[in-house]
Design a protein around this ligand. Structure first.
Ligand SMILES: NC(=O)c1ccc[n+]([C@@H]2O[C@H](COP(=O)([O-])OP(=O)(O)OC[C@H]3O[C@@H](n4cnc5c(N)ncnc54)[C@H](OP(=O)(O)O)[C@@H]3O)[C@@H](O)[C@H]2O)c1
Length: 414
């Protein structure tokens, strides 16, 4: 009787076996196409925790055990910065390639990790860290000419996109839409980083490392949450021919300018139709505009993308970081604004006069509405700085007692 020995194509040391890690184990269990990927061991906090049917791998709480197996690839799915940072650096310094889906780690320690990968000539792949279900970063990493982008625009947080879409379409307030998102599994139990804009800002910083070669501190990216976007804003945005979306924008043609937060998106803009939990990224390159769209997260899509990264490493086609990141600060971008006025409004002439005294010029406006002794109106302005808008806003509120909201507005793309 002969015993068939099935050799693994590559052995994986898995850091973390939570939502994504468990899905990755299940996917690898059902591999059918030849010698597969084998998980030597998975690092977790609690090895006794049940992780669902089919999640059957050796668990450890001791990092040294995992590295002592000498895996061919480390897959980091712990989340957060420590111990993930230290473990990734340790793996790279032992010349073990690393695949990670951890945008928080990359946004804060991208330079150190890329340097370690460069120094030790090993790949560091992170396709699932941004638009997890839309593979495109690896392609650009291998194709420097195609990767010559100078600006980007996107929707990279599915939870906040779902919330704003539901509010606009169903007339819900943000808390009710968020509760729906949690019930449907689109939002985490603690959605603060999604709603507050941090998750999108982290992804923007990772994209700037990848496409602009810049190391941008998170604190220098203007970041706004969607928590204050109310029905009034959605209604005025619709009347002005657009919608409020949770966007990221960056331009590094000259000085770097980056923003993460809600913005008025005109109906003709490619991001206007990106609804629900979908994500999209639009890259401006010297050869034209490229648009990527699809699922941004979810354990299954994320795990599948991570496995593809591992295959790229094993096949020897994974790109290594080419050059160091250049430190850069982000300056404010002047944009148009959607200004929402509510209360006992001064006359249209008085409002226009007041705004133009602050060098804010109205491009278009909605009808003036009134009900129950209250009036409201929306204005779209020509581009100006946030500080200018903030000064005018506080001045009008103090002088007339009305409430004035201001949301950035994207330009129509030509
Ligand atoms: N979920 C998604 O849809 C998605 C999409 C794109 C990217 N990502 C990224 O993928 C990564 C993993 O996400 P997830 O949703 O799978 O996270 P998760 O469910 O919280 O899983 C984290 C895993 O890491 C383990 N762990 C955490 N800290 C540890 C420590 N100090 N020592 C040992 N083990 C530790 C946990 O162990 P225990 O199980 O024992 O607690 C758990 O198995 C994150 O970086 C996330 O941003 C997730």
């Amino acid at each position: 009787m002969s015993t068939e020995v099935v050799l693994a194509r590559a052995r994986i040391g898995l850091l973390g076996c939570g939502n994504v890690g468990s899905e990755l184990v299940r996917l690898l269990t059902h591999q059918t196409n030849g010698p597969g990927l084998q998980i030597t061991r998975a690092l977790v906090r609690d090895p006794s925790r049940f992780r669902g049917e089919g999640v059957d791998v050796p668990f450890t709480t001791v990092t040294e055990d995992l590295l002592a197996d000498r895996p061919d690839v480390i897959v980091e799915l712990l989340g957060g910065c420590e111990p993930a940072r230290q473990l990734v650096v340790d793996a790279l310094s032992r010349r073990i390639p690393v695949v990670t889906a951890n945008k928080s780690l990359l946004a804060r320690h991208g330079r150190e990790l890329r340097e370690a990968a460069r120094r030790h000539h090993v790949p560091l792949l992170y396709e699932a860290a941004v638009l997890a279900g839309v593979p495109f970063l690896g392609t650009f990493a291998r194709r420097p000419l195609a990767a010559g982008a100078h600006a980007l625009l996107g929707i990279v947080n599915g939870t906040s996109n779902f919330v704003l879409t539901q509010c606009a379409r169903q007339g819900l307030e943000p808390q009710a839409a968020l509760a729906d998102a949690q019930r449907l599994g689109y939002a985490e139990p603690d959605p603060a980083n999604d709603i507050g804009g941090l998750d999108a800002a982290e992804k923007l910083v990772v994209l700037l490392q990848h496409f602009a070669g810049r190391e941008v501190a998170l604190s220098s990216v203007e970041t706004r949450g969607i928590g204050d976007i109310a029905q009034l804003h959605h209604a005025l945005a619709a009347e002005l021919g657009g919608a409020i979306k949770p966007v990221i924008t960056a331009d590094w043609t000259a000085d770097l300018r980056a923003f993460a937060g809600p913005a008025f998106v005109p109906a003709s803009h490619p991001l206007h139709g990106v609804a629900g939990v979908d994500n999209a990224l639009l890259l401006e390159t010297a050869r034209g505009r490229l648009l990527f769209q699809g699922p941004g997260a979810g354990p299954l899509a994320t795990a599948a993308t991570v496995i593809d990264d591992v295959h790229e490493v094993v096949d020897g086609v994974a790109a290594r970081p080419r050059s160091s990141l250049t430190p850069a600060g982000s300056r404010e971008q002047k944009t148009g604004w959607l200004i929402a006025l509510a209360g006992r409004l001064p006359s249209s002439l008085e409002i226009a006069d007041y705004l133009s005294a602050h060098a804010i010029y109205i491009r278009r406006s909605t009808e003036r509405h009134s009900a129950d002794g209250r009036e409201w109106q929306g204005l779209l302005t020509w581009p100006c700085a946030r500080e200018t808008v903030a000064r005018a806003r506080h001045g009008i509120e103090a002088a007339s007692g009305i409430s004035v909201g201001a949301i950035r507005a994207l330009e129509t793309l030509r």
